[in-house]
Write a protein that binds this ligand. Structure first.
Ligand code: C2E
Ligand code: CA
Ligand code: CA
Ligand code: CA
Length: 281
């Protein structure tokens, strides 16, 4: 027992304290940032591989901290989730994205839009459910449900499966398609693909990265494409950076592609310019 006691004391090492302080500091900044709107969205085009058309854009959040500059969502989204800030942040993302989409539509730029939704955002809504928030936002911005889709990850389906499934079913009923993001990196219990109302699968960038120099990654991608085809689920390949990667995925019959080769994430004015001078790939 004494030994256990000692082991516990180790959790309070000086390094840990520094880490906790830094984290608390980041949390405070994040709280302030939510209040002061230090965020903006960028949009990355998704291309139809058959004809090169731009079919949709994925909204990606950026945090411009006055002191630290632009901070990656990979750094602050997990903290926002733990600090209970993902709900106000998620609502801000939804409204900003839909208001930008309405503006694009009013300029004749008829696109669909994807937003990323984290597990806690979908499930932990206290007084108002995520479904209601989504429904109200669509009607407030006069956006048709079929023009919006949400991206979720496998981990989200595992944490609170029954509640999550219920929410996803009702969102799907509303007409908002659900994409499974980062496919292949999580638990990948394949039963989720048919048990959950998933419409489209996104192959994770980590598989695309090495597809040309790692034969086993190439085989995995081939297997994923065949599986998606037999389930009649369209596929998006994300993180396409080279012509060779595009050609490989295209030859397999992958449907859609997203990556720096076609476009980096763009600010709204950059996106408008990109769309206006877009020539098919
Ligand atoms: P994700 O949803 O998998 O988004 C794709 C990420 O890959 C984006 O990074 C995008 O900029 C990057 N990417 C796309 N094509 C390429 C490429 O060809 N090469 C390289 N190197 N990268 C590429 P980003 O914007 O830093 O976002 C990272 C993650 O943060 C996202 O991964 C998502 O999990 C999360 N995230 C971003 N925005 C939001 C948001 O609004 N809400 C939530 N809940 N999560 C978000
Ligand atoms: Ca995503
Ligand atoms: Ca992804
Ligand atoms: Ca990812």
């Amino acid at each position: 027992a004494k030994r256990d006691g000692r082991a516990h004391y180790q959790y309070f090492s000086p390094e840990m304290n520094v880490e906790m302080l830094e984290r608390m500091h980041l949390e405070q900044r994040l709280r302030r940032a939510v209040k002061q709107s230090e965020f903006y969205l960028e949009y990355q085009p998704v291309i139809d591989m058959r004809n090169g058309a731009i079919i949709s854009v994925e909204a990606l959040i950026r945090w411009n901290d006055p002191e630290f500059g632009v901070i990656s969502p990979q750094a602050f989204i997990p903290i926002a989730e733990e600090a209970g800030l993902i709900e106000p942040l998620g609502e801000w993302i939804l409204h900003q994205a839909l208001s930008d989409l309405a503006e694009l539509h009013s300029q004749g730029l008829m696109l669909k839009m994807a937003i990323n939704v984290s597990g806690r955002q979908c499930i932990n809504s206290k007084d108002v459910s995520f479904y209601d928030i989504l429904k109200d936002a669509l009607s407030k911005h006069a956006i048709c449900a079929k023009d919006l889709h949400i991206e979720i990850t496998e981990s989200m389906l595992i944490e609170d499966k029954p509640r999550c499934l219920q929410t996803l079913e009702s969102i799907k009923q509303l007409g908002v398609d659900i994409y499974l993001d980062d496919f292949g990196t999580g638990y990948s219990a394949l039963s989720y693909l048919t048990q959950c109302p998933i419409s489209v699968i996104k192959i994770d960038k980590s598989f695309i990265d090495n597809v040309l120099n790692n034969p086993s990654d190439a085989k995995l991608i081939k297997a994923i494409v065949m599986m998606a085809q037999s389930l009649e689920m369209p596929l998006v390949a994300e993180g396409i950076e080279t012509v060779e990667q595009w050609q490989f995925l295209h030859s397999l019959g992958c449907d859609y592609a997203q990556g720096y080769l076609m476009s980096r994430p763009l600010t709204k004015p950059q996106l408008v310019e990109f769309l206006q001078q877009a020539k098919p790939f």
